[in-house]
Design a protein around this ligand. Structure first.
Ligand SMILES: [Fe+2]
Length: 293
């Protein structure tokens, strides 16, 4: 009798567990393919700031002229909500295979929100009109950084913000199967004498050149380009494939620290119909630079 009750209990337990499996699968699939906007937050600590001081940077990467809400309202609202001190646009905001409207609506929407900086991404170079693009971006009050630095004081903190062009050139893209990229030493040659007492930030589209960036006094490097490696399994696999890094990219997205330098790689906002983002929602990166305790 006792045995019959116990096997009945076991069967009921099994039925309950089995009935949960479809629900779990639905939740997994929905969260895997969720392409709703998200924010990802990082705290960066430094002794270059005084106690109580902080700077908030919102990083936008790889929009590729995608829309988030009518006239980019959803994306702009999310940025506004973060109350940024600085907005950093780290390339591929415009796409060479899409109309520019999405990017233009975005540039219009962020006008006057905060001092904004921009560097070119490879897709913008591939359009073949970098001067026109830089002029257009600048017309929205955005500071375009072409292998140069800009000093700005935010919340009584002096910051040096540098930026480099993407290393691809339109001629190498058109004429060669394998792109002949501009060398890092050429792009970065102007940054040998950065003031070590100032907090130094570099905007660079590509993260795979992290080793080169470490030859300079940048405290923080902000990148995009990878789309988070497209497919992720949180806690197990940080990206399957990324441009210029291939399969299982080292710098697919997140925080990397080497030689006193921190690199934050945004997983960006790019969505292509044919290549899904899995466990990899489009993200607005929010960075708080604060005093090291
Ligand atoms: Fe890119």
């Amino acid at each position: 009798m006792k045995e019959r009750i116990s096997s009945k209990r076991k069967r009921t337990k099994r039925i309950i567990i089995l009935s949960f499996i479809p629900a779990i699968l639905v939740v997994l699939v929905v969260s895997a393919f969720c392409i709703g906007l998200t924010t990802r937050h990082y705290d960066i600590r430094t002794d270059k700031l005084s106690k109580g001081q902080s700077v908030r940077i919102v990083v936008i990467a790889d929009l590729h002229s995608n829309y988030y809400g009518e006239e980019q309202q959803d994306l702009i609202a999310m940025i506004k909500e973060q109350k940024p001190d600085i907005i950093a646009l780290v390339g591929d905001i415009i796409d060479d295979n899409r109309a520019e409207d999405g990017a233009i609506d975005f540039f219009e929407g962020i006008q006057n929100l905060a001092p904004t900086y921009y560097v070119l991404g490879n897709h913008e170079v591939w359009i073949g009109e970098t001067n026109r693009i830089k002029e257009m971006v600048a017309s929205y009050g955005i500071k375009v950084l072409t292998n140069e630095s800009d000093y700005i004081t935010i919340n009584d903190i002096e910051l040096c913000i540098s930026g480099i062009d993407d290393p691809v050139t339109i001629s190498s893209f058109k004429e060669s199967c394998s792109e002949a990229l501009i060398t890092d030493s050429k792009l970065l040659s102007g940054f040998f004498n950065l003031d070590k007492d100032v907090y130094n930030i570099l905007l660079a589209h590509r993260p795979e050149r992290f080793e080169s960036y470490q030859n300079y006094e940048f405290d923080l490097v902000l990148c995009g380009h990878t789309h988070g490696g497209q497919v992720r399994i949180p806690g197990i696999l940080n990206g399957v494939v990324a441009p210029n890094q291939g399969y299982f990219p080292k710098y697919a997205g997140g925080r990397y620290e080497e030689n006193m330098q921190t690199m934050i790689v945004s997983r960006g906002l790019g969505v292509y119909e044919l290549v899904p983002r899995v466990f990899n929602p489009p993200e607005v990166v929010v960075i708080d630079i604060v005093r090291e305790d």
